[in-house]
Design a binder for this molecule. Structure first.
Ligand code: ATP
Ligand code: FE2
Length: 326
């Protein structure tokens, strides 16, 4: 079955065409700012502006047209309301005009399920580290449950804030990664794990104070920041794996593009004889292939959605989602 997926939870507008497990196209166009974070209505204007082009590009690259599409899938939850609305409206329009079934899916669960599409992985723990989200998710007791998460900022937003503070611009994550490579000098900063949760607000304040004191080199701070926050993520991921008795870890989210984080994840998995799955970057960042795939497996499990059920759900939590496709 050929599925067209649409992603629009935040700054990325993406469209992908998949044929079962095969990705025929996966196009993204992301709203960018010169400084500062996402302004929701501006991001939604971006999505309106690029929507038709991205859909056509994805169809062209896949060598498909609407008559080939058997299902339209879109990210229905969670995310920024203004942005979610544009993807949902585009999906509804396609569904109505071309008489194609439509299905809405949860974005966070899509980050986990894509590993099943790309690899032989069966029942993983997901470390989902993106701009807005930092969660450890696994399927347990009939639901996808959040075993640990940030108590304040998402890790990517924290890296971006620190990068902005030292004048590196957006997105900050890759720039901090580059800067950190210049150092091997660890400076003590707070390590904040509370039970299974993590927190980044205090770390950011501590780092800003260190920069203002002018006593430290920024590359040493970038290095120490990465070592500390990635170790925190490893600690809670490993504990979730042990608690759930699972031996697969999947990485997801833009921050998972970071090579040092990937290296730590591989070491941790090796040490506990577990497998570490790291999708290529285009499937780590927000993308529509994962939306198409989750739509497909939900549809195959018998789920159907009326147009009246395709309203967006910006605040849904992962463990609120009814799972009937496994
Ligand atoms: P979501 O809506 O799922 O929260 P998002 O809108 O934040 O996702 P993503 O593309 O998943 O989008 O992640 C973007 C984040 O990833 C940014 O904060 C960016 O700085 C960070 N990032 C990207 N590459 C790297 C890297 N190499 N190292 C660290 N962080 C990175
Ligand atoms: Fe995401």
């Amino acid at each position: 079955m050929i599925v067209l997926g649409i992603e629009s939870t935040a700054h990325t507008f993406g469209v992908s065409v998949i044929d079962n497990r095969k990705v025929l196209s996966n196009i993204i166009d992301a709203y960018k700012t010169k400084s500062g974070g996402i302004i929701p209505y501006k991001a939604s204007l971006h999505h309106v502006r690029v929507c038709k082009t991205v859909i056509n590009k994805a169809l062209d690259k896949a060598g498909a047209d609407f008559s080939d599409i058997g299902l339209v899938s879109f990210s229905q939850s969670p995310g920024i309301g203004n942005c979610l609305k544009i993807g949902a409206a585009a999906a509804r329009s396609i569904s109505i005009v071309h008489d194609i079934p439509i299905i809405g899916v949860n974005h966070c669960i899509a980050h986990l399920e894509i590993a099943n599409m790309l690899t032989d992985c069966k029942d993983p723990v997901l470390l989902y580290a993106s701009g807005a989200n930092t969660q450890i998710i696994a399927y347990e007791g009939g639901k996808y449950r959040i075993f640990g998460e940030t108590l304040d900022n998402g890790i990517g937003n924290m890296l971006d804030s620190f990068a902005r503070f030292i004048g590196l611009g957006f997105p900050g994550g890759p720039k901090i990664e580059k800067l950190a490579k210049k150092s091997n000098n660890y400076i003590e900063i707070p390590y904040v794990v509370k039970g299974m949760d993590v927190s980044f607000g205090g770390i950011l304040t501590n780092l800003k104070n260190k920069v203002s004191s002018k006593k430290y080199k920024v590359e040493d701070l970038a290095f120490s920041l990465q070592e500390t926050v990635f170790a925190m993520l490893m600690e809670v991921s490993e504990r979730a794996m042990a608690h759930c008795n699972k031996n697969e870890l999947v990485l997801g989210g833009g921050v998972a593009c970071n090579k040092r984080l990937q290296q730590m994840a591989k070491i941790m998995c090796k040490e506990r004889d577990a497998k570490c799955y790291i999708p290529e970057n285009q499937f780590l960042v927000d993308n529509a292939a994962m939306i198409a795939w989750l739509g497909l497996i939900k549809y195959k499990a018998g789920n159907r959605m009326k147009l009246s059920e395709t309203y967006i759900k910006p605040y849904v939590r992962t463990d609120d989602v009814l799972v009937n496709w496994r």
